[in-house]
Design a protein around this ligand. Structure first.
Ligand code: PLP
Length: 354
């Protein structure tokens, strides 16, 4: 158990308009902070007023991106209570990410305790509006001042909170995706399965290119053959082809999404045939041509589920399911959001009250 010291702000911020929150633009009154020092371990867990942190310009995170982060949400139920979705899964994933970039792990119980504590302090910031939520951003950064390349001896663990609006204010609607065959996101042996900043810096060029061509996101192909499908932007991807649910397997290059895991669990529970196996872009084009490509949807914490209505690959436009949200896509969305916001029974023990 962490002994968390709480210092409340004397200058609460004006609240943003709930009807116009957007994503990740507003931050609450407080943040959780904890230090790590080699030899001592994690120490000084505290909740302090939200604000800038001071760092030496030689802090290692600024030079070599030794950092990890997480993304999760707090949801307000209709009865006003606030709850989290599988927070220990985020804690365990942060441990794996930290190991990959040679950072000390935070015990999962301490991670969950820290998240609950900061959400409790700022619980009034959890939005009431339908499908709006409090986005939670835990992060670990290397702070030792040194420009030699090695693992830092000091770190900060910080948890920020950002009230965010519904991803789909007008209801779930399909997106257009650009299949990227020049840039790649990850290769085996690299850091693709870790939530670490460098992966995202490297992904921006592809994302900018897709946006400039009128697509909302990139579909990444594998780094060796530029052939096997990996992910869409910062979400995992799921296909329904001839009745079978197919998603790329977790073999080191793909971020193991908690939404992915939850969606697969639900679809298996519903008795669907679910396969985690490699699927190539050529298989996808062929399935589209012979009419068996039924649905494509992206899954991640921010949007929960995004139906894909169009793919662009090497000059060719593939329209998926007449640019309509598929039946399974909608059912996964309704069930996950139903459990997350407490409108449906929590059959799988995924919910924790704050
Ligand atoms: C965070 C993330 C996901 C989705 O993970 P969730 O736990 O479902 O939010 C997928 N891909 C990438 C690259 C990510 O960073």
């Amino acid at each position: 158990m962490l002994d968390i010291k709480i210092t409340l702000t004397e200058n609460p911020k004006p609240r943003p308009d709930e009807a116009n929150l957007g994503f990740g633009r507003h931050f609450t009154d407080h943040m959780f902070v904890m230090n790590y020092t080699r030899g001592t371990g994690w120490h000084d867990p505290r909740i302090v007023p939200y604000g800038p942190i001071s760092m030496d310009p030689a802090a290692m995170v600024l030079h070599y991106a030794q950092e990890t982060f997480e993304g999760m949400k707090a949801y307000r139920r209709d009865d006003g209570k606030v709850q989290l979705f599988r927070p220990e899964a985020n804690g365990a994933r942060m441990q794996r990410s930290n190991r990959r970039v040679s950072m000390p792990e935070i015990p999962v119980d301490d991670f969950v305790q820290a998240v609950k504590a900061i959400v409790e302090v700022d619980q009034d910031w959890v939005p009431q509006a339908k499908d709006a939520s409090l986005y939670i951003r835990p992060m670990c950064i290397a702070t030792q001042p040194s420009v030699g390349v090695s693992a830092s001896s000091t770190y900060l663990f910080i948890v920020l909170l950002s009230p965010s609006g519904s991803y789909y204010p007008e209801g779930v609607s399909p997106v257009k995706i650009f299949v990227e065959d020049e840039y790649v996101r990850a290769i085996k042996g690299g850091t693709g399965e870790a939530k670490t900043g460098g992966n995202y810096a490297a992904s921006l060029a592809g994302q900018e290119k897709a946006r400039s061509l009128g697509y909302s996101q990139v579909m990444w192909l594998d780094g060796i053959h530029r052939k096997y499908i990996e992910e869409i932007g910062t979400t995992n991807v799921i296909f329904k082809i001839d009745g079978e649910i197919i998603t790329p397997p977790l073999e080191g290059t793909i971020l193991p999404g908690i939404t992915r895991d939850s969606a697969l669990h639900l679809m298996r529970h519903w008795g669907m045939k679910v396969s985690e196996r490699n699927i190539s872009i050529d298989d996808l084009v062929e399935a589209h041509e012979n009419g068996t490509l039924e649905e494509i949807f992206a899954v991640g914490t921010a949007a929960v589920v995004s139906p894909v209505g169009e793919l662009f690959y090497k000059g060719k436009v593939l329209t998926i399911n007449d640019f309509k949200t598929g039946e399974v896509t909608q059912k996964v969305y309704d069930t996950l959001t139903g459990i997350q916001w407490g409108r449906l029974k929590d059959e799988f023990n995924w919910i924790q009250q704050v």
